[in-house]
Design a protein around this ligand. Structure first.
Ligand code: RTP
Ligand code: MG
Length: 142
């Protein structure tokens, strides 16, 4: 997901470019304002933490771009491409390392396991919004 700071700073295209150039396949994509109820469900694992309300307020503060990214090792690789949670610690070359400073404004979100990916995909997309197609370079990538 490209968070509201990424959208408002005009970074969506650059982030999509990294995902596409890596070789991953975007199989669903949505630009939308996240309702508070959905944000609370999205961040349910953080209920009770001191940053929870700030997180919900921020993610609902403007439109975000939700993506479903497909490919071998996509969950772990996307988290590596996103970089460390605190952008000051994120390595240059990662999205947060190149474009962030604040943990609360860290540009992107990435699912952290197959279970959370399934849960988050179901939360943000109807099954009919996920598409199937073949990338022209698939035979070279795999
Ligand atoms: P994300 O969920 O956004 O992909 O990032 P993550 O797994 O690296 O971080 P996570 O622990 O799941 O935290 C979710 C988001 O909450 C904000 N956060 N603030 N102030 C704090 O100590 C703090 N810790 C986390 C960050 O925006 C983080 O991305
Ligand atoms: Mg997380």
């Amino acid at each position: 997901m490209v968070k509201p700071d990424g959208v408002q700073r005009g970074l969506v295209g650059k982030i999509l470019q990294r995902i596409e150039e890596k070789g991953f396949k975007i199989v669903a994509m949505k630009l939308a304002a996240m309702p508070e109820a959905k944000a609370k469900e999205h961040y349910a694992e953080h209920v009770g933490k001191k940053f929870y309300q700030d997180l919900v307020d921020f993610i609902t503060s403007g439109p975000s771009v939700s993506l479903v990214v497909e490919g071998r090792g996509a969950i772990a690789a996307m988290r590596k491409m996103n970089g460390a949670t605190n952008p000051v610690e994120a390595v240059p070359g990662t999205i947060r390392g190149d474009w962030g400073i604040e943990t609360g404004r860290n540009v992107v979100h990435g699912s952290d396991s197959p279970a959370s990916a399934s849960r988050e995909i179901a939360l943000h997309f109807d099954p009919s919004e996920l598409v199937t197609y073949k990338r022209i370079d698939e035979e070279w990538l795999y």
